[in-house]
Design a protein around this ligand. Structure first.
Ligand code: ADP
Ligand code: MG
Ligand code: ZN
Length: 611
């Protein structure tokens, strides 16, 4: 059904469906469950946590793909507590490490970290402790460059290893491995006997291969979890001047007195939205970076004890927020990337209960966000609070990536046809079968008729174009060139001189973009992740999968896509038209409907062209 891409040419074993790993009769099971409660205060395990722990405790190398917030840390922190010796955690971002250490110390788990930027004396102190036979630490966090560059650390690790006190090596945010460079590998590969646990939330196929190969994990057990969240209901709604009234109405009709987060673009928006909702009788408050810390702490407290139900916040809110019964996440403005959007929506329905995710979209918000990105792309970037130094060194590249991510978000919003889950998950390298959506997104529950249209010509041209630009550009660039853009970037690369420049100018962006996405789902085009930062925000370039593409060019394969059709078009031959049986949208009563489709001229054009 659901197709999660396979790792190519790499030795690995699927762990997810192997009942062995969910067993509760391992020698450590009792201890595991007890510590999970006592030390971490968890009443149960989240999906795959127990399985991953059992596999790594059994001594295997394990590779875990789990969405952000899925609870990856527990899968090494619990084993660290139970096993003798020290767990080495390699994690790329000092601020994340510090946050983890703080939580561990609060739970009375001795932990320390080493980074290149620490005082030398402090580092020595920690190393000295590691050298003793009665080392207190259960976890030692280090940054990758520390592992690569410090012989002293390496010698200490060897010492631990020879005393059988190096219990596990954890690579957190493992998708960064390919950036860490090669000097990192040989060093820690010395510890052949020590189980490796690699963790990431970035699921793109090429990232997985990179990681498994770069770490030399052989026969590792892979736990891949779908990024689909079946209990979240997605819809995109055209944003009008009445947006706040719509929101008020939606909450009253569907989630009155329940918890929700409303993500806003600016601090001003947060305050405005909160004020309006208060006037309408909701227990709402705002939360943003401009408040002083006590004020912020106060709001957070009120929220945690349910004195406040609705938080109107900038994306800064939510990092450590863990309320399982958030019933709705509303985006008052366009999110900056699909990853960010998926992650923010992911804060709803952690308890598995049905929850709503509404996104209010207007083209003018796109312009606003674009402006914000170009003004201060780096510190504003939502999914990348700790944008790494590598990227800082190249602000042009950052801007390009951010713009690319934003454009993807726009095309998501403007797509009034394809399943929202399908579109989101495709972004994470997961091929979701829209039939499994079961009308839990706006597009799947629309009552519309479709017409099959042959788009083979467009498909061929797009593939050809990807070849012409030497397989070095992103999908949004390909689309620009195809539709005849004369932007600076297009001119700079002389792509306005290509024979296919403007070949698709009669098409609108929505259509060309859908054909392109379709080619990716069909594996005719492959998205190769160029760079992914610490938070999984990626930029990718398009490549051609020659073996698949050849059947397209040999005329063995036609590409057809469904397009919604108007009344006129539906009078066409019946065999062409598939009427969709449809119920309505999420929510207990029906929330605002998208009667006017997301204002994509595409759909109108297409229904005309289907005469
Ligand atoms: P990830 O690294 O996968 O993004 P984290 O390890 O940071 O996720 O965990 C996210 C949150 O989920 C943390 O606040 C953690 O305390 C919580 N959490 C993890 N496992 C459980 C569990 N079994 N039960 C309840 N909460 C959990
Ligand atoms: Mg994590
Ligand atoms: Zn759907």
């Amino acid at each position: 059904d659901q197709h999660i891409p396979k790792l190519l040419e790499v030795n690995y074993i699927e762990g997810v469906n192997d009942p062995k790993w969910s067993s509760t009769i391992f020698p450590w099971t009792k201890k595991l469950e007890a510590k999970n409660k006592e030390v971490f205060g968890n009443h149960s395990f989240r999906p795959n946590q127990r399985e991953v722990i059992n596999a790594t405790m059994s001594g295997h190398d394990v590779f875990v793909l789990m969405p952000t917030g899925g609870g990856k840390s527990l899968t090494y922190q619990l084993p660290a507590l139970i096993c003798p010796g020290i767990t080495l955690v390699i994690s790329p971002l000092v601020s994340l490490i510090q946050d983890q250490i703080m939580h561990l110390l609060q739970a009375n788990i001795p932990a320390a970290y080493l980074s290149a930027s620490m005082e030398w004396s402090e580092q020595q102190e920690i190393l000295r402790e590691i050298g003793t036979d009665y080392c207190r630490y259960k976890l030692l966090y280090v940054t990758p460059e520390k592992v690569a560059k410090s012989d002293l650390l390496l010698r200490h690790l060897e010492g631990l290893n020879s005393r059988q006190l190096l219990s596990r090596i954890v690579i957190d945010e493992a998708h960064c491995v390919s950036q860490w460079g090669h000097d990192f590998r040989p060093d820690y590969q010395k510890f052949k006997e020590t189980p490796v646990l690699a963790l990431t939330a970035t699921a793109t196929a090429s990232v997985k291969e990179d990681v498994v190969q770069a770490l030399g994990l052989e026969n590792c057990i892979v736990f891949r979890q779908s990024f689909n969240r079946p209990n979240l209901w997605y819809s995109v709604i055209p944003k009008t001047k009445k947006c706040l009234d719509d929101i008020d109405k939606f909450i009253k009709e569907n989630h009155f007195d329940e918890c929700g987060i409303i993500y806003c673009l600016s601090r001003m928006d947060c305050e405005k939205v909160a004020e309006k909702l208060q006037e309408c009788g909701h227990k709402a408050a705002f939360y943003h970076g401009n408040m002083d810390p006590p004020q912020r702490a106060f709001v957070q407290k009120q929220w945690s004890i349910d004195e406040i139900n609705i938080i109107c916040a900038t994306v800064a809110f939510g990092m450590g927020i863990n309320k399982p019964y958030v019933r709705f996440v509303i985006h008052h403005s366009l999110p900056k990337s699909i990853e960010g959007y998926h992650q923010e929506c992911g804060r709803a329905g952690r308890d598995g209960q049905r929850s709503s995710c509404l996104l209010y979209y207007s083209y003018s918000d796109y312009i606003r966000v674009k402006h914000m990105i170009s003004q201060s792309g780096i510190e504003q970037s939502p999914v990348t609070p700790g944008f790494n130094r590598n990227n800082m060194a190249n602000p042009g590249r950052v801007l390009e990536t951010n713009t690319e991510n934003l454009l993807r978000m726009v095309s998501y919003c403007e797509n009034g046809v394809d399943c929202r889950r399908f579109l989101q998950l495709l972004h994470f390298g997961e091929k979701f079968n829209p039939a499994n959506c079961k009308k839990t997104c706006d597009n799947c529950s629309k009552n519309q008729s479709f017409i099959e249209k042959d788009v083979t010509m467009t498909a061929k041209q797009l593939v050809e174009l990807v070849r012409m630009v030497r397989q070095q550009f992103s999908s949004s660039h390909i689309l620009e060139v195809y539709r005849g853009s004369l932007s600076q970037f297009v001119k700079k690369h002389r792509h306005n001189n290509l024979s296919l420049h403007g070949a698709g100018k009669h098409l609108d962006k929505g259509e060309a973009s859908r054909v392109l996405r379709h080619l990716v789902t069909e594996d005719i085009l492959v998205e190769d992740v160029k760079k992914s930062d610490l938070y999984g925000s990626t930029s990718s370039i398009l490549k051609v999968n020659d073996s698949k593409a050849s059947s397209l060019f040999l005329g063995r394969q036609n590409v057809t896509l469904r397009f919604p059709c108007s009344v006129k078009a539906s009078k066409l031959s019946k065999s062409l038209v598939t009427p969709a049986k449809g119920t309505l949208l999420p929510g207990r009563t029906s929330p605002p409907r998208m009667d006017t489709p997301a204002q994509t001229p595409s759909e109108m054009d297409l229904s005309l062209s289907a005469k």
